[in-house]
Design a protein around this ligand. Structure first.
Ligand code: SF4
Length: 413
């Protein structure tokens, strides 16, 4: 690669993010031993006539032979398909003749066991993204329950996963209270201990729905981190993926050695966009406080241990009135500013829901995402910023390109 082009693995990853993979018997067979996708494959009318089915489970993540991790996106009519089988090996084939060896992230044995009280361990609040275990036993986000001046919910506009639905009951989560359910904690600890004992988990990431009181949210993450460390015998690195937290909670998390990194997701750059895209975060914490909390975290955890996830592409929603060049320029400016503060952004591709009928929709999004990743790679190079392998690597980042780009650059030095 040159500094102005993306490396091969990153380009392929983008291509598959956009194109997806069409149905094949091999893809269906892989689902029997692979970690299952949260989204089933939905057959097109033509495929329904051929298969007699309307949907099917497919694998969640595939890996290339260089370990690049890619989410499996089932798309009828995609130019890619999976061929082969478990014994001979799977291959990813494009209609233009490209043919690559792949494998699928497996369903680990621990996920097929149950807790002492009979719950499948797979439902105990520990999930896997490659070599990262994500822990979430309080998924309901209070921002969904608050209303803004126009009567709209204060949830982040892109978020569906924080809805306080039946999962709140599943984990005995009490809205408005920071304390975790002892039963949910015990089940999570059993699942996590089993996952760590089986091997392959290299990072732990704590997440949960937000609370309208950031101090209470901090109390919840302190309790969660203590519970996690109680079974983390080999001290696998732990990241706190809460909302921004006040200083006293940072002191607890750092002073007690409960977490190694924090990741307070700002989601978008610029106060105006933040207020529109994340009205709950703006109302209950505020943009200025969010940035200050990231800076305060740097003073405690040190450079390289403070992160913020960003939703790349939401700027292209029609109501924000930006073309892709303006959106990419704003995002790159934000990346430079955040890095200068010591907070390292990580960008996940977002699919805008508006404007999809526009003829050049995909091309704008693609150009934006490439320009952002190239611009941000330049900033990392110039400022000497490195994403810590203790936080995120190419083995877990399935919707982000930074680790693939940095890895390719390092191999050319
Ligand atoms: S803070 Fe925003 S992104 Fe996080 S769970 Fe709540 S609504 Fe979703």
């Amino acid at each position: 690669m040159t500094p102005e082009t993306l490396p091969e693995s990153a380009r392929l990853k983008i291509e598959l993010m956009f194109d997806g993979v069409r149905w094949s018997e091999s893809l269906g067979a892989a689902a029997e031993h692979a970690f299952p996708n949260f989204y089933p494959y939905r057959f097109s009318p033509e495929e329904q006539r051929e298969t007699g089915r309307d949907k099917a489970t497919i694998p969640y993540l595939m890996t290339l032979s260089d370990e690049t991790l890619i989410r499996v996106k089932g798309t009828a009519g995609a130019p890619w398909q999976v061929v082969g089988d478990r014994e001979q090996g799977y291959r990813l084939r494009h209609d233009d003749g490209r043919d690559l060896a792949i494998d699928f992230a497996p369903l680990p044995a621990w996920m097929q066991a149950t807790t002492d009280d009979g719950l499948p361990l797979a439902q105990a609040g520990v999930s896997l993204h490659g070599d990262m275990a994500v822990i979430n036993i309080a998924p309901g986000c209070e921002f969904f329950l608050h209303r803004g001046d126009e009567g709209d919910s204060l949830r982040c506009t892109f978020c569906a996963y924080g809805a306080p639905n039946e999962r709140v009951k599943h984990y005995d989560q009490r809205i408005g209270e920071s304390a975790l359910s002892p039963r949910a904690v015990a089940r999570m600890q059993q699942a996590l201990a089993a996952a760590l004992a089986e091997g392959g988990v290299r990072h732990l990431y704590l997440v949960g729905g937000s609370m309208s009181d950031w101090d209470q949210e901090g109390a919840r993450f302190v309790e969660l981190a203590r519970a996690v460390q109680a079974v983390n015998d080999h001290r696998v690195p732990v990241a706190c993926g809460s909302g921004a937290l006040p200083d006293a909670r940072l002191d607890e998390l750092h002073g007690e050695g409960l977490v190694d990194q924090v990741c307070f997701n700002l989601e978008v750059w610029s106060e105006a966009l933040f207020a529109r895209v994340c009205p709950g975060k703006e109302r209950f914490v505020g943009y200025g406080n969010w940035l200050r909390a990231l800076e305060q975290a740097v003073t405690r955890f040190g450079a390289g241990n403070v992160y913020t996830a960003m939703v790349a592409g939401i700027e292209l929603e029609p109501e924000h009135g930006m073309d892709w060049e303006q959106a990419a320029a704003l995002a790159v400016r934000g990346a430079g500013d955040l890095c200068a503060r010591g907070a390292i952004p990580v960008y996940s591709l977002y699919w805008p829901t508006g404007g999809r009928d526009h003829p050049d929709y995909f091309s704008r999004l693609l150009h934006y995402f490439e320009a952002l990743n190239l611009g941000y790679a330049r900033i990392r190079r110039e400022q000497g910023v490195r994403i810590s392998e203790r936080f995120l690597t190419h083995r877990a980042a399935y919707m982000q390109l930074e680790c693939d780009i940095d890895r390719a650059e390092a191999s050319h030095v």
